[in-house]
Ligand binder design. Structure first.
Ligand SMILES: Cc1cc2nc3c(=O)[nH]c(=O)nc-3n(C[C@H](O)[C@H](O)[C@H](O)COP(=O)(O)O)c2cc1C
Length: 184
């Protein structure tokens, strides 16, 4: 499986998460800046995982990135604005046929996030999202009584709607958990 993790990061938080995800995905998976993620680097990718920091409750805009220059005096170090934005990377993303997953980094709570626009951009290019809702902790995957079937049961709300995703999402989640545990 060719898996690529693409990130926008100004101070390194999103980059660190991207690298942990790539480590978790295993051999061959690479974490790439938006500049690095072009041409052969993403051609034929089976999975693209893309992430960015949340800014002003959403995916950073060019205007927001420009304003970061003014933040330099307040930050411990200057923001890295040397790579193109996730927005512009998504705009020029060539058509593909793989699957996708998204993530963002943020302060503890935010009413909005960066993953919505990333998800839409990836879908537009043909990378359909894996459905992490299908992966539920075993304890919550209890079968509920089904009145129509008497004493027999049916799966709960977390039942697999797309069996082809289930193995992949389980693998991704477990590998991410392992990678993050390894770093702690
Ligand atoms: C100008 C600016 C705006 C931000 N806006 C938000 C926000 O709306 N919501 C939020 O949860 N975090 C916000 N943050 C926090 C960043 O999302 C967070 O620090 C992120 O991890 C930075 O990622 P990076 O180190 O990869 O650049 C903001 C940070 C900056 C500098």
């Amino acid at each position: 499986m060719k898996a690529v993790v693409v990130y926008e990061s100004h101070w390194g938080n999103t980059e660190a998460v991207a690298r942990a995800i790539a480590d978790g995905l295993g051999e061959g998976a690479r974490a790439l800046t938006t500049d690095e993620a072009s041409g052969d680097a993403i051609a034929g990718a089976d999975l693209i995982v893309a992430g960015a920091p949340v800014m002003a409750f959403g995916l950073p805009s060019d205007k927001m990135r420009d304003s970061l220059v003014a933040e330099v005096s307040k930050a411990p170090r200057p923001p890295d604005l040397s790579h193109e934005s996730m927005r512009s990377w998504l705009d020029r993303l060539p058509a593909g046929h793989g699957r996708s997953a998204t993530f963002d980094t943020r302060i503890w709570w935010s009413p909005g996030g960066a993953t919505g626009p990333i998800d839409r951009g990836l879908r537009r290019a043909g990378y359909m999202p894996i459905d992490l809702r299908n992966v539920r902790p075993a304890a919550r995957r209890r079968a509920r009584p089904c009145p129509a079937m008497g004493s027999r049961t049916r799966p709960g709300r977390g039942s697999r709607r797309d069996g082809s995703d289930a193995g992949l999402t389980q693998l991704l989640r477990q590998r991410q958990i392992n990678a993050l545990r390894g770093q702690s």
